[in-house]
Design a protein around this ligand. Structure first.
Ligand SMILES: [Cu+2]
Length: 158
């Protein structure tokens, strides 16, 4: 009985070491998943998002915690280089709500969600290929008039 429990303990510590090695070489899926909430008061609940640079893909879930409809207080989540944000936001206004106020084929847009209204949520997964830990990125809501307030920094942590 005693021998058996020792053996079990050895197996357990071996698998923990294995897990440790796995985590060291690649970020765990959890670290590559982000959540952000947006409100009827035209606010995101954070001004800073980051993931480890080892994330090959990032999954972001946007939840609109308010009650106002999409046409009045729609929100989305758009990611660009910081330097591209204002031009992408301004040019996106004429794209309309069905295009989530993002200009068609805009290659400056790294990722974006559709618009959501109160009580809705949406999720996207995007690749970090071509992104850099030394580059400054910005996320924002491209609903007309929102981006000046609804924005924050996005970083790949080296
Ligand atoms: Cu918004």
């Amino acid at each position: 009985m005693k021998a058996k429990s020792t053996a079990l303990r050895n197996v357990t510590s071996t698998s923990l070491i294995g897990l440790g090695l796995l985590f060291a070489s690649q970020a765990s899926a959890n670290e590559c998943e982000l959540k952000i909430a947006a409100t009827d008061a035209m606010q995101f609940d954070t001004k800073e998002l980051s993931v480890p640079a080892s994330c090959k893909e990032v999954t972001l879930t946007l939840t609109h915690t308010g009650t106002l409809p999409k046409a009045a207080m729609g929100h989305n989540w758009v990611l660009t280089k910081a330097a591209d944000m204002s031009a992408v936001a301004t040019e996106g206004m004429s794209a309309g709500p069905d295009a989530a106020y993002v200009k068609a084929g805009d290659t400056r847009v790294i990722a974006h969600t559709p618009l959501v209204g109160g009580g809705e949520s949406t999720s996207i997964t995007f690749s970090t290929a071509g992104m850099s830990a030394t580059e400054a990125y910005q996320f924002f809501c491209s609903f007309p008039g929102h981006w000046a307030i609804m924005q924050g920094s996005f970083k790949l942590k080296a």
